[in-house]
Design a binder for this molecule. Structure first.
Ligand code: PLP
Length: 382
């Protein structure tokens, strides 16, 4: 799976380390760009999913902008992506709002309260939108389902007035997560039923993220056809803002086994990284990453181990993985598909150090970009 570079390159990578593979990122971007061009829409990067800014020059060659969900993301967008942000936050803070507007090209409000409170402080050149909730999603885990019952995310149709406020130029929805094109079709059916009357009066429709365009088997043709149809029917500019899809299968987390502990015949390989600190979706979603050295199926190989994180959280482990031979201290375990929702979500719980960050370039060489130290831990506290 990782055979695009040599063993020597792999050995040069320190442990633990998040490693982006430039060429895999480029492959994803090309696929997304082809959708963008064929459907005549704009795809922007959701920074909440992937914000490894050293890769922004590469991303910018294909995507024009990014979406920010906080002041920090908006600052990063301007400083490192050299673009004004499409800003949407669940709530804006009084003391930040004016500065946020200097960093934004679009601003979307999550409620009418927020719209009424801030609309007069939005400069004329910034396009305003409202987030709506189509009340349908294919996501079954509530933690990741913005359309769950009584969700705070976006306005349901019954809470909107007969006509949109005249200064609202766009609508925004986000209800998908690692979803298919068929799921988008169903969202759009619900969206149309509930919000059709507003569509003649808006300029843009942001269909959020959750479109896993870069996953093998994703029906790109269906996506393109659906977007073209919708765009033609309502004459709106369409924006997609995926995060996960941008860096899908474009990098890994290299770790090392630092201990193997036994408890009544059930061994755990303890690694120099942590699920709760560095790969939180593995516990929250929950999501079982593949590893290069073994199988994430407990029974595929003869030797079974739990993989344990180095924090003291009791649940910081993943249940059995299997291997072709017994594991030993010092072995490498490489977690695949670890670029999205990892670096942006990590913590230093227990004072556990952050994995280094590096990149494998197109010429297959490894470049170490960043290491972390005690100072990083100390400086986030006071
Ligand atoms: C409003 C919004 N847009 C875009 C995204 C990106 O979604 P994904 O990374 O699943 O594509 C999210 C993710 O939570 C989101 O909340």
């Amino acid at each position: 799976m990782l055979k695009s570079f040599s063993q020597d390159t792999f050995e040069a990578i320190p442990s633990p380390c998040f490693v982006l593979e430039d060429e895999k990122l480029r492959r994803n971007l090309k696929r997304i760009d082809s959708v963008q061009k064929r459907a005549q829409i704009n795809v922007i990067l959701a920074l909440k999913g992937f914000a490894m800014w050293s890769s922004f020059p590469l991303i910018k060659a294909y995507l024009k902008g990014a979406t920010a969900s906080s002041m920090n993301e908006a600052k990063l967008c301007v400083e490192k992506f050299s673009a004004l942000a499409h800003t949407y936050a669940v709530g804006y803070r009084d003391e930040e709002f004016d500065e946020l507007m200097k960093l934004s090209s679009h601003v979307t409000f999550n409620s009418l309260n927020q719209f009424h409170k801030f609309q007069d402080r939005v400069p004329a050149h910034i396009s305003m939108g409202l987030r709506v909730n189509p009340e349908w999603s294919d996501v079954t885990v509530d933690l990741y389902n913005p359309a769950h019952a009584h969700s705070r995310l976006g306005l349901i149709s019954s809470s909107l007035p007969e006509a949109l406020p005249p200064n609202i130029e766009g609508l925004h929805f986000h209800v998908l997560c690692e979803s298919s094109a068929a799921a988008l079709v169903q969202v759009l059916e619900n969206f149309e039923t509930k919000f059709k009357k507003y569509l003649p009066n808006i300029k843009w429709l942001n269909m959020g993220g959750g479109h896993l365009i870069t996953k093998e088997g994703y029906d790109v043709e269906l996506l393109v056809d659906t977007l073209k149809y919708f765009k033609k029917k309502y004459q709106v500019e369409i924006i997609l803002e995926p995060g996960g899809a941008i860096a899908w299968q474009a990098g890994f987390l290299k770790t090392t086994i630092i201990d193997i502990v036994e408890n009544e015949g059930s061994p755990t390989a303890v690694i120099d990284a942590s699920f709760t600190c560095h790969m939180p979706d593995c516990l929250e979603m929950p999501y079982r990453p593949e590893i290069m050295e073994g199988s994430h199926h407990a029974k595929k190989q003869p030797f079974r181990y739990k993989i344990g994180g180095v924090s003291c959280l009791a649940g910081d482990f993943l249940a059995d993985y299997s291997f072709s031979k017994p594991l030993k201290i010092g072995d490498t375990l490489t977690f695949l598909n670890m670029m999205h929702y990892t670096m942006v979500k990590t913590t230093m719980f227990n004072g556990v150090n952050h994995p280094s960050i590096g990149v494998i370039r197109a010429d297959h060489t490894f470049e170490l970009l960043k290491t972390f130290s005690y100072q990083d831990y100390r400086d986030k506290l006071s």
